[in-house]
Each structure stands twice: as C-alpha cells, then as structure tokens.
Design a protein around this ligand. Structure first.
Ligand SMILES: *Cc1c(COP(=O)(O)O)cnc(C)c1O
Length: 481
C-alpha cells in the first residue's frame, strides 16, 4: 500500500482555511527549522488513504479476536455516543467545580460501582493503563510501609504465571522481585509461598483467575500467609471479566486492585483508543491515593487531595472519557447484567475448550474460567507444526490468533479467551477452524507451515520488526522540495 507521502502531488490540497485577516509574518528568521515536507493530497485521496489503512487493520469489529488475558470484547456503540456528548468533551480540567458537577458525578458514580464490584473502599482514575495502575498500586504499598517506619520491606512476590508487567512495575516502583513457581495444578504453590515471605516482604501481586484461566481455590490462605508476614496483597484485575459481580477481590483478602477499563469494562483497547487502569484500595490506604478525589461538600461535589497522597501519576483525572464509556456499560448491564456477562464469558471458554480437547492437548484439563491454554508441544514434536504456525493458519480463516507463547510455564502455548460477546455461531465457526487446522497439520503440515496464504503480509521477521522498526519515511531526493 502507498504511504500518504507517495500519494497526491505538488499543489494538491483540501484545506478550506478562510482568507488571512491579520498581517502576515514571515518565518524567514535564522534558526528556523527546515521546511516541513508535508504530503500534498486532495480530500478524495486522503479519504481513500485512511479507508485503505482501516482495511489493513484487524479489530474486534472485523471478526473473532480471542486474545487470551486481554479480554478483547465487543465495545457497545452506545459507549461512544455518551463519551461524545459535548457536556463531557467541551470542558476544561481547570473549570470551577460548580460548573462540572455532572462530570464529578460520573467519577463518583463509577468509583462507587467499581468499588462495590471489587470490594474496595476508594478508587483513583488517574492511571492510564493496567501497568500504570500496577505502578500506582505499588507506590501505595510502599507509602504504607514507609508511613509505619517499616521501610525494610523491599520485596514483592510474583508467581511465575504473572503477566510480564507485574515484575516490571515492581522494579519500577523500587522493589526487588521474588519469583515463585506455580504448582503442577497451575496455581500458587503454598509451600513455596510460605518459604518466600518474611520480614522483607512488601507484598504479593496476583491475578485470580490467573493467566492460565484457573481460579485459585486457596486464595484466602494465600492472602492470609502474606498478611501474617506483614505484607500487603495486590490484585491484578485484568482477568476480572470472569468473576465480576460474582466474586470480589476485597473478599479474597486483597488490599489494592487495578482494573483495566479497556478490557473488562468495554472500552476499546490496544490501538483502538486510550486506556484506563483505575486503582482501588481498602480504606487504610485511601489517604495515599494520587490526584484529586471527588468528595461530597456543602453545595455538591468538591475535589480534595488525600492527606498523604503519593502525588500525581497523570494529569488531572486520567482518561476521563474512558470512565464515561465504562460507566455507560455498567449502567446498561445493571446489577443482573454484570454477573451474567461474567458467566457467559466462562461458559463460552468452557464450550470451546470441550469442543477442542479431543484434538488439542489442554495444559490444564479441568474446567476453566474465562480462558484456556492449549499446548501444541506434541503437534510440534510429531509434525513440526508449532503454536506460531497454528496462529498463522488461523488468519486464513479470518480469525485473530490467540495469545501465543504465554504464559511461559506452558510450552507451545496458545491462550484462548473467547469473551461473552461472541455468539454460539461464531464459536462454532472458530472451533471448526481450529479442528480443520489440526487435521491439515496431520495430512499436509507443509501447508500449515507456509500459511497464511491469503493475507497481504505473510511471515515478517518479527524480531527485526520489533527491534528495528522503520518509523521514519525516507524521502527520495528527487521528491525533496
Ligand atoms: C493486560 C494485562 C496487564 C497490563 O495491562 P495494560 O493495560 O496492557 O497495561 C496486566 N496484567 C494482566 C493479567 C493483563 O492481562
């Protein structure tokens, strides 16, 4: 496909600026930057360019997108409608509070609902993503230990099934990471945890259900082992889709939680828009929260900084419009709809798992929560078809590949999360595609190894693409102006 710089030509435009009605000022001053080489394209060509770009992208609006641990669910269009209301978009964060009472109410209401869902007492919407929420939550834990003059607590325990952002955030927040191996059943090994905790334990980070799609039945024991050692417990809420409205991290013994509004609460994700990773906490941590918090005042809601705040982790109130989307989603679903969405997510994952397990070996064969993990190890050994080849072949069926090679504890892993928003028909088509790929892998492995056969880009060198991205357009000298 042509780049925007390769379209159009000298003199083509689509600007409709009014005539200049102020004195013109020349920029011909020394030290001025070189002339910007902007593309010169007419409106028709621009429109085609962006339509072409949109066609090259695969998103939840194109088809099935079972990216495990990421909860790529459908984002209802009504969320966009409410987030586009001028009452939410045409305001300024420095406006006097009495003129933005509606917006403060959005933050307050979203906070109350999400605190109820998570079993927390307070929440900040400042963090812009899950990883940013982890960092913020860890700073709360750090501030808590420091406030008690217990600053020797430097270690954060992270199980080996954790999302990579967990250890990374802990290091960024100034902690040392203690990795503990999972047991054979994919859950936390209690003995290993008991050995790991001590006077230097600042806390534990855990997601439950975990990244292999299992709910850890020892969760109460896990959180109490950490508490007894004087540490705090952090819940990575990225997998809350499986339990929202049913089980609450606060009741499982967690002190701090982050949510991914752009996963669980139906805001677009990845390249689709900004994210939001609110952090909830139990009341003994609320005075450490960042930013300003809405509080009831004499004449409505006001904004107050918590007394021992860790400071700000982002400007103002975070990505406010994402909160508007998630609040819309919550109010549309209501008290019955929220747990029903979770139940359907779990049902869909188990349905797919059951329909595939005669062919594809499951890493953990017991019933799953919102996602399940296939191990393609045997197929690779016998036919040379690896997880990546199955992922590539799925593209020919119009399916976005599941998460690959994660979690690291499963070899040749394919982690599938169908989500609740897919119909039985879509699941059946996907099951059919997986089964056909397996059978073709037995009969004609070469065909699978050379897939995808129908996509524009076949098998790019992924390491090269990630490590040496070409982000700059090299103007051919002849085109230079
Ligand atoms: C997605 C995810 C994160 C990180 O969230 P981002 O919003 O991508 O920063 C953390 N933990 C788990 C389990 C996740 O799935």
């Amino acid at each position: 496909m042509k780049l925007i710089f390769e379209r159009g030509g000298q003199g083509q435009r689509c600007t409709i600026l009014p005539e200049c009605d102020v004195p013109e000022v020349s920029l011909e001053t020394p030290g001025r930057r070189e002339k910007l080489r902007l593309p010169q394209v007419c409106e028709n060509e621009i429109s085609r360019h962006y339509t072409e770009l949109a066609k090259q992208v695969y998103g939840v609006n194109h088809g099935f997108y079972p990216l495990g641990s990421c909860t790529m669910k459908y984002n209802p269009k009504i969320d966009e409608a409410t987030a586009a209301l001028p009452q939410f978009t045409e305001i300024h964060p420095l406006q006097p509070v009495e003129t933005v009472q509606g917006c403060l109410e959005v933050l307050d209401k979203a906070r109350n609902l999400l605190c109820e869902i998570t079993g927390m007492d307070d929440m900040t919407f400042q963090p812009a993503a899950g990883a940013h929420g982890e960092f913020t939550g860890l700073l709360l834990i750090k501030a808590y230990h420091e406030s008690r003059k217990d600053a020797g607590r430097k270690k954060i325990i992270v199980p080996d099934s954790a999302h990579g952002t967990n250890p990374a955030s802990a290091v960024m927040a100034g902690f040392q990471v203690v990795n503990i191996p999972s047991g054979k059943d994919g859950c936390v090994d209690l003995e290993k945890l008991r050995e790991a905790v001590g006077e230097d334990t600042a806390g534990l980070m855990l997601t439950n259900p975990n990244t292999v799609g299992l709910f850890d039945k020892n969760i109460l024991e896990i959180t109490s082992i950490v508490h007894e050692a004087g540490g705090l417990t952090y819940y990575d809420g990225a997998n809350l889709n499986a339990v929202m409205g049913i089980a609450r991290p606060g009741d499982m013994g967690f002190d701090v939680v982050h949510l991914n509004l752009h996963k669980t609460f139906a805001a677009p994700h990845g390249g689709g828009g900004p994210g939001s990773g609110p952090v909830g906490c139990k009341s003994f941590l609320k005075e450490f929260l960042p930013g300003l918090q809405p509080q009831p005042g004499e004449t409505g809601l006001t904004l107050q900084a918590p007394s021992q705040s860790i400071g700000s982790v982002k400007a103002f109130y975070g990505n406010f419009l994402v909160v508007v989307k998630s609040l819309t989603y919550l109010l549309m679903l209501g008290r019955e709809g929220v747990p029903q969405a979770a139940q359907n997510a779990v049902l869909n994952a188990n349905y797919m798992m059951q329909k595939l397990k005669d062919l594809y070996p499951m890493a953990y064969p017991q019933p799953c929560m919102h996602e399940f993990v296939i191990s393609a190890e045997r197929l690779k050994r016998e036919k040379g078809v690896a997880a990546v080849d199955i992922a590539k072949a799925l593209q020919d069926y119009g399916i976005h590949p599941p998460t690959m090679y994660f979690p690291l504890i499963v070899h040749e892993a394919l982690m599938v999360e169908p989500t609740e928003t897919e119909s039985r028909e879509t699941l059946d088509q996907a099951i059919e595609a997986f089964r056909e790929i397996w059978e073709r892998g037995q009969r004609e492995p070469q065909e699978i190894l050379s897939s995808p056969h129908h996509s524009g880009i076949k098998r790019p060198d992924e390491v090269q693409a990630a490590r040496k991205p070409v982000l700059r357009y090299n103007f051919p000298e002849t085109k230079a102006q």
